[in-house]
Design a protein. Sequence first.
Length: 251
Amino acid sequence: MTVSIAVTGKSGSGKTTIVKALWQIIREKHPDKNILLFDNDLTAELGHSFKKDIRQTIYGIRSGKHEYKTGIPDNMTKQEYIEWALEDILVPLDDNTDIIVSWLVGSKDCRCPITKQLNDALVKLIARYDFVIFDCEFDLKYLHQLVDISINSTLVVARPNEASIHLAKRIEEFSAKYAAGEQLGVILNKVNKQEMEPLLELLNKYDLTTIGSIPKDDNLKNNRISKESEIVKKALEELYFRLNIPQKEEI
């Protein structure tokens, strides 16, 4: 069974850094498990953080603009063709990790066959992995326009100010129906310790479930492309037991 984690929030909140740190933690805790990193953010920064310039996307398949690495096999059904095309755009990062980029997604209101065919093919692809981590565009709605998938843990990343926490409440409201009763909570990012008491009051004011906080890492200014932070990773390691995903001893 695939364990799924979605990281949502406003662009610039630190989602990609958190996704990358979560990937590192899961890879260390479960070295024999395979992981899919699913970049659903329009900025497509996740691939760049691994020094990968990924141009082939799920949107390219949908729009018919994908340039294939190999010739298209003969005698395929349309569904088989889409499944084969998704394999063609997977990018391996190591022996146990692949990344795929969606870019633009179509609306579920579209009755064209490709919408359902892509959904079915992605459900089948995701089911092959032990873990999938989604770097989301804003909320779960955008992701579910592309694929109907159960999310075990949804993390809404917010900056330490009222405007960002207010937006986190909106993201929670937009995402709640797609979270389907699973974990949906806020992670405050780039926090100074002295800010915590008023921030907790704000979270209570907006009736938000708080998973935890991550300290500000000034060194990230020097790691804008790699998105790597030992401070973020350490903080997430301390919060890992709060996530609705298997702990090491459960695997």
